[in-house]
Ligand binder design. Structure first.
Ligand SMILES: [Zn+2]
Length: 313
């Protein structure tokens, strides 16, 4: 792949995000950073270093819809904007979608026995939504489809961290542009997001993420150009490390599962006694992800009583 990496600052705890400029039959930019002035400056500088200007970019391709990756779609009004269909809901943010999304999280909090006053801690505020771009996609990609202008570069649907998540596999070099599927320093969070079918069924994000990581392992790739941090070459070793860490957390959570039923918020407080106060949404997502795995493995029983999910052994 003829690829040029651009490192972009973000206001998020994760730190810098990477954008990749790829020259094929078309000139494409994979991910575009959050919608801040610093990020735009870095993007322009990076594109210039590669010998191009912003106007030369013919396509913007998104790995997923999160604002640190999809903010500056707005800077490429003449380019095609390409990605999974789900991105579009977060770029368009129609009143219908936004109220569906709020309703979805309200129902989830109820099931998890979290008081509704914490809703705004969990659902992004209007302020946070400003760092999202608002230019809709011009073209949807399907799982397995080639990126236009890049023969042999295929989109692979890899949900978990985001319901819109694609990695892009270059079949000739066996390298991938990996978004946030696998990062060198941290495990990407299995965030709870509304499903792609607009139902009330919560996607089991950690199970999806584990399946996506196993899929990556099967591809036996030589290199991952990750959404944050350095490129990864010992790919399968790192995949195994991430899966082992999950297993360790599952074992820890098992110690808190007793014969008396507990709610998701109770188990979150058990597993993250300090952290849950400052990172409620994140710790709930993680606990819920581990619970989904334990239920899948038949180690924990789950039942809904009076609109609340309870877990016991
Ligand atoms: Zn990210």
């Amino acid at each position: 792949m003829n690829i040029h990496k651009i490192i972009i600052p973000t206001p998020y705890p994760i730190g810098d995000v990477n954008s990749f400029l790829v020259k094929g039959d078309k000139l494409s930019l994979f991910d575009v950073g959050p919608k801040t002035q610093d990020a735009l400056d870095a993007l322009k500088r990076g594109i210039l270093e590669a010998g191009y200007s912003l106007e030369d970019i013919e396509q913007v391709v998104l790995t997923h819809h999160h604002p640190d990756h999809a903010g500056w779609v707005d800077a490429f009004s003449h380019a095609d904007i390409i990605g999974h269909e789900y991105n579009d809901h977060f770029l368009r943010r129609t009143p219908e979608f936004m109220s569906y999304r709020t309703q979805f999280y309200k129902e989830q909090l109820q099931l998890q026995a979290v008081p509704e006053k914490y809703l705004e801690k969990i659902v992004e505020s209007k302020e946070a939504l400003r760092l999202y771009g608002s230019t809709p996609l011009t073209r949807y990609l399907q799982d397995g489809e080639e990126v236009p202008g890049h023969p042999g570069l295929k989109a692979v649907y890899t949900p978990g961290h985001a319901q819109s998540h694609f990695i892009f596999l270059d079949e000739s070099t066996n390298e991938v542009i990996g978004g946030d599927l696998l990062l060198d320093k941290v495990a990407a969070n299995p965030l709870v997001e509304p499903p792609t079918d607009f139902s009330t069924n919560r996607p089991k994000a950690l199970i999806q993420q584990q399946e996506s990581l196993k899929l990556l392992r099967e591809l036996n790739v030589a290199k991952v150009y990750a959404g944050h941090g350095d490129e990864i070459v010992e790919v399968n070793t790192l995949v195994d490390k991430r899966l082992e860490k999950d297993q360790m957390r599952l074992n820890q959570l098992m110690k808190h599962i007793t014969s008396s039923p507990k709610t998701v918020i109770e188990l979150t407080m058990d597993l993250y006694p300090v952290h849950y106060k400052t990172e409620l949404g994140l710790t709930l997502s993680k606990t819920l992800g581990y619970l989904d795995c334990l239920v899948r493995d038949g180690l924990v029983r789950e039942e809904i009583v009076n609109g609340v999910i309870l877990y016991n052994n």
